[in-house]
Design a protein around this ligand. Structure first.
Ligand SMILES: CC(C)(COP(=O)(O)OP(=O)(O)OC[C@H]1O[C@@H](n2cnc3c(N)ncnc32)[C@H](O)[C@@H]1OP(=O)(O)O)[C@@H](O)C(=O)NCCC(=O)NCCS
Length: 88
């Protein structure tokens, strides 16, 4: 999703058989380039138990900036990740 104040990445997924080969990084890079043409910032959510995704986003320059308890499901906290894609 695009927006003047920020873009939002709803879902990114790579088939388990193809993970760990750089495909996710390529997809994320493409999203950042596309969203960055419209928005300065990119936001996304990752569930509290998804350590691999947290590591993945941190490695790509995302900062965890908050949490949304019981946002999607009552027993799951979503962690909010943010990256500034470019200067204003
Ligand atoms: C998160 C996800 C999209 C990452 O996709 P991916 O294709 O595995 O990502 P990459 O291969 O670019 O990077 C993943 C790891 O592989 C390693 N890697 C990257 N290229 C590599 C290569 N050529 N050879 C070996 N390892 C490599 C990276 O160091 C990275 O390590 P990290 O776990 O410390 O970050 C994928 O794990 C996924 O689909 N998960 C399930 C769905 C999900 O949780 N989506 C996110 C919801 S918010």
């Amino acid at each position: 999703m695009f927006g003047r104040l920020g873009g939002y990445l709803q879902l990114i997924a790579v088939a388990p058989s193809h993970q760990g080969q750089g495909v996710g990084s390529l997809l994320l890079s493409h999203v950042e380039q596309t969203v960055g043409a419209h928005s300065r910032d990119l936001f996304l959510l990752a569930s509290h138990f998804n350590d691999a995704a947290h590591r993945f986003y941190a490695r790509h320059g995302y900062r965890e900036v908050g949490q949304l308890p019981a946002y999607v499901r009552p027993d799951i906290t979503e962690h909010i990740f943010w990256k500034r894609l470019r200067s204003p």
